[in-house]
Ligand binder design. Structure first.
Ligand code: CO
Length: 198
């Protein structure tokens, strides 16, 4: 029942206040996150929780398969606000192994509207493997496409006018590509970080 969630919320808020009586008052004045997180909507990858950050510390954009497409006005709006207004210094694109979105892109089946959304993943797949393998949902292929997709999205973020303009005016902005293991709870750095080119 959703009522259970409201009860959980009251208990959580009381616990936070118990630890830090000024917690919500401080947050209500302003947010100063240093990080923008671009992650998958998957319920098993809760952004703040897996990196141990409190409310106010992480600006978050999540969608199926953690895509960063320049045609997505939602993503661009989040990115522009994070970079230009909040002035985050670190952007993390975080994928995860066993991503259902990536798996759906790999399978040669019709799923509906989501197939349009996932077309960029199929593009990454064609670039990475040369073709879409109709039987290509083996664990190994899936995991390597999950990684390749993160790398492609980091490149997409870097190419946006928002990031390019920030770099041109000398604003510190570092991009990172990470991947999360649902099976072990651990993040891995894919070592595709990019920073101001000069
Ligand atoms: Co996913």
């Amino acid at each position: 029942m959703p009522q259970g969630l409201l009860k959980n919320n009251r208990e959580w808020a009381a616990r936070k206040l118990g630890q830090d009586p000024d917690f919500f008052a401080r947050l209500s004045r302003q947010q100063e996150p240093r990080f923008l997180w671009i992650g998958c909507s998957d319920s098993r990858v809760p952004a703040n929780e897996i990196v141990g950050l409190d409310p106010g510390e992480l600006f978050v954009h999540r969608n199926v398969a953690n895509l960063a497409m320049p045609t997505d006005i939602n993503f661009l709006s989040v990115l522009a606000y994070a970079v230009n207004v909040l002035r985050v210094s670190e952007i993390v694109v975080c994928g995860h192994y066993g991503c259902g979105g990536i798996q759906a892109a790999l399978r040669d089946e019709r799923h509906g509207v989501i197939d349009h959304w996932l077309e960029p993943v199929r593009e990454v797949c064609r670039n990475e493997f040369g073709t879409i393998d109709p039987d290509g949902d083996s664990r190994l292929q899936l995991d390597s496409l999950c990684e390749a997709n993160v790398k492609a999205q980091v490149a997409n973020v870097a190419k946006t006018t928002i990031v390019q303009d920030a770099w041109t005016r000398g604003q510190t902005l570092n991009l990172h590509g990470w991947i999360y293991g649902i099976a072990d709870g651990l993040l891995r750095d894919l070592e595709v970080s990019v920073s101001n080119p000069n």
